[in-house]
Ligand binder design. Structure first.
Ligand code: NDP
Length: 309
């Protein structure tokens, strides 16, 4: 079996050494832009070049080093019938739940105010937060959204979730499809986006959507930058529809110098770090699936490329 690693990491041996240890029967190659075809059976990729699919004609499946496959689906020459497998959790959902909780607490426990008070040597207690005033709505109830929703529900927040299909999740009021989006939004003050980027979800978070949230609304975007219409976010902040936003993903990354988001006190910016790929958990998952696939066993996490996630 031949496995090709295609991920632009300056130190690919950080990946290939463990892959060789985990699948000793495999020959493991690193993508060489100028090299010949290796006739790989499987490719492990992150933002691969289009040349990969021109050169490697024997691929049985391609494994994406991330949960979101919007970048991979854009690569020209990706064969329509190739099996594309995305990462399923692999340690990301716990990180995401932490990140969302942290951003929520920044908003509702006035942490910035207390930091500022400390700088000024001020001891002053503010009104305690009431959970009932901070209902949370999680868009997307997949591997990540479910974990976020469950974590907040366990902390006694009122949590709603919205997905394409019906879900049943303890402690979470679930809504489904475009018809129930309005109801979901009016039940929500803190909107958390964990959707995949697809034709249906691109630009979904616009002024009209933000206007339907409860007063003093907060947006936490950990999905993709292209879910959010950036000018509409600024407008919603300007006219008070939105109190603050925590953004981990942007239409253009790195966020360009001079972008209006940098200067806004109501916006917290993080550089796409809400959930990092954990190498060990990731490789354990992928190599396990490669072995299963090679032996004809079913694997989970296969992307429906028509649906886009
Ligand atoms: P999943 O595929 O497991 O879940 C996707 C969820 O979104 C599902 O619940 C699905 O509904 C729902 N959904 C998809 N399309 C629609 C739609 N049109 N309307 C309503 N709901 C929809 O993905 P993950 O949870 O693993 O990951 C989600 C996304 O999180 C990734 O695609 C990526 O963009 C982002 N991400 C960001 C990271 C970061 O560092 N910022 C790290 C990892 C992921 P249904 O269940 O009904 O199918």
């Amino acid at each position: 079996m031949k496995i090709l690693f295609v991920a632009g990491d300056p130190k690919p041996e950080r990946w290939t050494v463990p892959i060789r240890a985990m699948v000793p029967e495999a020959e493991v190659y690193v993508w060489d832009p100028d090299g010949p075809a290796v006739n790989a059976d499987y490719a492990i990729v992150w933002q691969p070049p289009a040349a990969l699919f021109e050169r490697e004609k024997n691929l049985k499946a391609v494994f994406n080093l991330g949960a979101g496959i919007d970048g991979l689906l854009k690569v020209p020459n990706l064969p329509k019938d190739l099996t594309v497998v995305r990462l399923e959790d692999a340690g990301m959902s716990a990180q995401m739940a932490e990140y969302v909780l942290h951003q929520l607490l920044e908003a509702n426990r006035e942490m910035e105010t207390y930091r500022e008070q400390q700088r000024q040597g001020v001891w002053k207690i503010h009104r305690p937060m009431k959970r009932s005033e901070w209902p949370v709505g999680v868009m997307g109830l997949g591997h990540i959204g479910k974990r976020v929703a469950r974590t907040l529900a366990d902390l006694d927040y009122r949590v709603s979730g919205w997905a394409r299909g019906q879900h049943s999740l303890e402690g979470v009021t679930a809504y489904a499809g475009p018809d129930q989006l309005g109801e979901f939004l009016t039940a929500t003050r803190v909107l958390v986006n964990t959707l995949p980027l697809t034709e249906e979800t691109r630009n979904l978070i616009d002024y009209e959507l933000l206007s339907q949230l409860q007063p003093g609304a907060v947006l936490i975007n950990v999905g993709r930058g292209e879910h959010l219409v950036e000018d509409d976010l600024l407008r919603a902040l300007d006219d008070g529809k939105l109190l603050r936003a925590s953004l981990d993903v942007f239409r253009k990354e790195p966020l360009p110098e001079g972008h209006p988001f940098w200067q806004r006190k109501e916006i917290t910016i993080t550089p796409h770090i809400s959930a990092r790929t954990l190498r060990d958990a990731t490789l354990e998952q992928i190599t396990g699936k490669i072995r299963d696939h090679a032996q004809g066993r079913p694997i989970s996490g296969i992307v429906d490329t028509d649906r886009g996630y």
